[in-house]
Design a protein around this ligand. Structure first.
Ligand code: 13P
Ligand code: SF4
Length: 336
C-alpha cells in the first residue's frame, strides 16, 4: 500500500494535480488527499485552486460541481460513483413534479426551487432556469432564511428529510409531493420531493433511545439527512465538517454517538485506555457503498492514463446545462 501511495504522490507531482477527497472516503484515501472537506468546502476549494488537474474522490455530483464552477479545469474521478439520493431525481422527474404542482393549481411562477447539492447537473440546470438555487447541509439554514423572504412556495429537492428538518427549524409547514394530499401541498410553505439518503435512513429514534439508556450522559450528533424524528432527538445537527468540528471540541471522555457514514465516524476519536467513547449510532453498518468504491489503485490508474494522454472518467457537461446549473450554484455561493 505504501508503494501505491508513493506512486500517487509522484504522479500528482509530475502532473501538478490536486487530490480531493470527501470525508466518507476510505481512510487510506483521506490520509493522502491534499484537500478533505464537506460538499461545500470541496466545491469551493477545488474550483478556486490554482491547479488545472483535479482528481476528485467522491460521488458524481461533487466532481460535476467543480467542473461547473471551473470549466477550464480537467476534473477526473477515479470512480464515477453515484450518490443514490441524487439518482432519485432526473430532469424528467423534475418536470413531472412541476406538472403535478400545476395540476394542483399551483403556478410554476409561484415556486422557488431549491436543490440540495446532491443532484445531477441537469436537475441543477432546471432549478437555475426557474431562478432557484442550490444548498448544502452546511449552508442550508442561510439559504432558507433568504428563500423564505421571497414570498414563494419553496420546492425542495431531492431530500425530503433535509427539507422537512429545515422547514421545522424555520417554523414553516411542509408537505411531501406525491405522498401528501393536494390540500396539504396547497397549504405548505415548503413542498419536498420524495427522495432520501439510503445510508442516513438507517438511523432510527430507537437507536437514540438505546444509547441514551445505556449511557445517560451521551451526546447524540447527526447529519441533517437523518429522519426528522431522529434529528428532533439529537443534541447537535450539522454537515460532515461541522460534525467533526463539534466532536473535536468535546472533552475526550465525553461519550458521543454519531449518525452519519461509518468511515467518518470511525476516524473521529481513538479509544482512551481501551475505553471507547465514540459510537456509530446504529446496529447496522451505515456504509455509503458508492463512496467506498474508490481505491488507491483506481487513483494510480486514472493518473497514469491522464499522463499517457488516454484520460478516462473525465467530467464533461453540456454548455447549456452548465450555464444554468452554474447560475443556481453561484447564487448559493453568493449567500454562503
Ligand atoms: P456534507 O455536505 O455534509 O459533506 O454531506 C454530503 C453527503 O452526501 C452526506 O451524505
Ligand atoms: Fe449520497 Fe447518502 Fe452517500 Fe451522501 S451518504 S453520498 S447522500 S448516498
Amino acid at each position: 500500500m505504501q508503494e501505491t501511495k508513493k506512486k500517487i504522490k509522484q504522479l500528482l507531482g509530475e502532473l501538478d494535480g490536486l487530490l480531493v477527497a470527501h470525508f466518507y472516503q476510505k481512510d487510506d484515501i483521506v490520509e493522502i488527499a491534499d484537500i478533505t472537506g464537506d460538499s461545500l468546502e470541496l466545491a469551493k476549494r477545488a474550483s478556486e485552486s490554482k491547479k488545472k488537474l483535479i482528481i476528485f474522490c467522491g460521488v458524481g455530483f461533487m466532481g460535476q460541481s467543480v467542473k461547473i464552477l471551473a470549466p477550464q479545469k480537467d476534473v477526473i474521478m477515479p470512480k464515477i460513483a453515484c450518490c443514490s439520493m441524487a439518482r432519485m431525481i432526473s430532469s424528467e422527474y423534475y418536470d413531472k413534479s412541476i406538472e403535478l404542482f400545476e395540476d394542483y393549481g399551483i403556478k410554476k411562477e409561484t415556486l422557488l426551487p431549491i436543490t440540495y447539492i446532491n443532484s445531477n447537473a441537469e436537475v441543477k440546470a432546471k432549478v437555475g432556469k426557474m431562478d432557484g438555487l442550490v444548498c448544502t447541509s452546511s449552508n442550508a439554514k442561510k439559504i432558507f432564511d433568504f428563500a423564505r423572504n421571497k414570498g414563494k412556495k419553496i420546492f425542495f429537492l431531492p431530500d425530503k428529510c433535509l427539507g422537512e428538518n429545515l422547514a421545522k427549524v424555520n417554523d414553516l409547514n411542509s408537505a411531501i409531493l406525491g405522498q401528501d394530499s393536494r390540500e396539504k401541498v396547497l397549504n405548505a410553505d415548503v413542498v419536498c420531493y420524495n427522495g432520501f439518503c439510503s445510508v442516513h435512513q438507517l438511523f432510527t429514534p430507537s437507536d437514540v433511545d438505546f444509547f441514551r439508556e445505556k449511557y445517560p450522559d451521551i451526546l447524540i450528533v447527526v447529519h441533517p439527512e437523518c429522519r426528522p424524528d431522529v434529528v428532533e432527538k439529537a443534541d447537535f445537527v450539522g454537515s460532515t465538517s461541522q460534525i467533526i468540528a463539534y466532536v473535536n471540541s468535546l472533552p475526550l471522555d465525553q461519550k458521543v454517538a454519531v449518525g452519519t457514514e461509518f468511515n467518518l465516524v470511525n476516524r473521529l476519536r481513538s479509544p482512551i485506555d481501551g475505553k471507547q467513547n465514540t459510537f456509530v449510532l446504529s446496529s447496522t453498518i451505515p456504509e455509503c457503498p458508492t463512496m467506498n468504491e474508490t481505491t488507491l489503485k483506481d487513483i494510480v490508474d486514472v493518473l497514469q492514463a491522464y499522463k499517457n494522454q488516454s484520460a478516462y472518467n473525465e467530467i464533461s457537461i453540456d454548455d447549456e446545462i452548465s450555464k444554468f446549473a452554474k447560475k443556481a450554484l453561484d447564487k448559493m455561493l453568493e449567500l454562503s
